[in-house]
Ligand binder design. Structure first.
Ligand SMILES: [Zn+2]
Length: 484
């Protein structure tokens, strides 16, 4: 099967589905075409099939009136501009299209449709790239619609973080718990599990399947034989955590795990001998801000000012990854810090000072940077703010991520593990998955390295099937079932 498209489709790129990009994909086949051109729409079709139906969607460059809003398709929430039925109705009557799938607005009213042409071609009323990017890049946070609770609490929350150093600890906690109740009312992203982005990708893949002979092949997200990934990371906040961390290392080693430890270079003393010893034992070291003052990503000027010092510590410790304090993040700036990977985007976290999330449980690229999203709730949120008593939220979510072939990336702090409830919950979590042969227990730097190799590899026809070509050829697995 050969696919051609006139425009990149992010969902297919992420899956590594093979296709060719050609400007006039609509007419590129030698076979006659039943379909008429639709200006402003991108097109995908199979070339080695006569009268192949098309999948069309509004081109990235086409002008759609209005702003991106919340919609639903088959119960999946997404944010995008929409070409409503009222605009496409005339075309649909002219060409005999039928409404195949409803697109609903926030109030569950039907406002648009995926149209089916008489030859089986499909027309999407929204741009799939826009819909996926609005989630990954957290653009939905600045759109109309849900998140109003977040916005109204935004000012109070900023004021709180400004005043926090002046407040006694008990009052700090009481206020955080109060905010958490407001934050919990956020309707999107849902917490602790938000499948919208991956559900939408799967739905778009299913539209591609509808217009092709067979499901297009793609490269599995994880190296064989693994079906999901489990990644343990820690941020060492203060000297208290620095003193506690070796106990946690021992707990992990006893269960066959290794993890990454993100240090703050200028907040407490980090001994070279400690770094050497951890590295020797198979742990990874990363950087967790320069001072942990929430200012590293304040402006491009600040990044430039701090960069030499940050790079110096990264080189000294062999650190290839960065975790921003308080998950502070700015899509366009993360790459300026010069790391191989960043791990500062939650998938969903309404409780952080910067609430939201990428809705992704797989790594993704920010330009040339690999982003490894934090996909399990943080220990402080779960046990201190929400006062949970055990590991069940962690374990439940990890099971759901395992079912969907995702990456369970955990962030805990040795500083809080001085609390026996948190430490024993962590140990239960480790015990739950220690003998799971389907889990790739990997260091974040290994996941980033794999993600680059996978992205640099592609599928080529081979005999009756397909083969992986490129740096992931020896350990990548080929899939033809729908992505999960
Ligand atoms: Zn921190």
């Amino acid at each position: 099967m050969r696919l051609v498209t006139s425009e990149r489709l992010d969902v297919l790129d992420e899956l590594r589905v093979p296709y060719e990009l050609v400007a006039d994909a609509d007419q590129a086949a030698s076979e006659p075409t039943d379909s008429f051109p639709l200006p402003g729409f991108a097109v995908l079709r199979q070339t080695d099939r006569a009268h192949a139906p098309r999948l069309r969607w509004p081109s990235d460059s086409s002008h759609i009136a209005g702003s991106s809003r919340l919609h639903h398709i088959d119960g999946i929430p997404f944010f995008a501009r929409l070409i409503p039925d009222s605009v496409l109705r005339e075309l649909s009557i002219q060409h005999g299209w039928v409404a195949a799938v409803d697109v609903l607005d926030e109030a569950e009213r039907r406002v648009g449709s995926v149209w089916r042409e008489p030859d089986g071609s499909l027309v999407l009323p929204f741009g799939p790239n826009e819909a996926i990017r609005n989630l990954t890049m957290e653009r939905y946070r600045h759109l109309d619609g849900p998140g109003d609770a977040q916005r109204s609490s935004g000012f109070a929350l900023r004021a709180y973080y400004l005043l926090r150093p002046l407040l006694p600890r008990r009052l700090q906690l009481a206020m955080r718990r109060l905010f958490s109740r407001i934050q919990a009312r956020t309707s999107f992203p849902r917490w602790p599990f938000e499948p919208a982005r991956h559900d939408l990708a799967r739905r778009i893949y299913s539209f591609v399947v509808e217009i092709t002979d067979a499901p297009p092949p793609w490269i599995a997200p994880w190296p064989g034989p693994y079906s999901w990934a489990l990644v343990l990371t820690h941020d060492v906040e203060t000297a208290v955590g620095y003193d506690k961390m070796l106990e946690i290392c021992a707990l992990e080693e006893a269960r066959g795990y290794r993890s990454s430890w993100n240090f703050v270079p200028r907040r407490y003393r980090v001994e070279d001998a400690r770094v050497e010893q951890l590295t020797h034992r198979g742990f990874e070291i990363g950087i967790h801000g320069l001072y942990h003052d929430g200012r590293d990503l304040e402006s491009v000027e600040m990044i430039r000012e701090r960069l030499p010092a940050i790079r110096e510590y990264a080189d000294r410790w062999g650190a290839s990854g960065f975790r921003s304090p308080a998950t502070q993040r700015q899509w366009e700036w993360m790459g300026l810090l010069g790391f191989d990977y960043d791990s500062s985007f939650p998938d969903t976290d309404p409780y952080e000072p910067q609430p939201g999330g990428s809705c992704s449980w797989l790594p993704f690229f920010i330009e040339d940077l690999v982003e490894l999203p934090i996909t399990l709730p943080q220990d402080h949120t779960l046990f201190v703010i929400l006062r949970r008593a055990d590991a069940s939220t962690w374990i439940d979510k990890a099971h759901r991520l395992r079912d969907r072939g995702g990456m369970a990336l955990m962030l805990t702090h040795p500083d809080y593990m001085t609390d026996p409830t948190i430490e024993s919950a962590y140990v239960s979590f480790l015990d739950e998955f220690r003998r799971d042969p389907s889990a790739w227990q990997a260091l974040p730097r290994d996941v980033a390295e794999w993600w680059r190799r996978r992205a640099a590899s592609h599928l080529e026809p081979s005999g009756d099937g397909w083969r992986v070509v490129g740096p992931a050829a020896h350990d990548a697995a080929i899939q033809t079932k729908p992505p999960s």
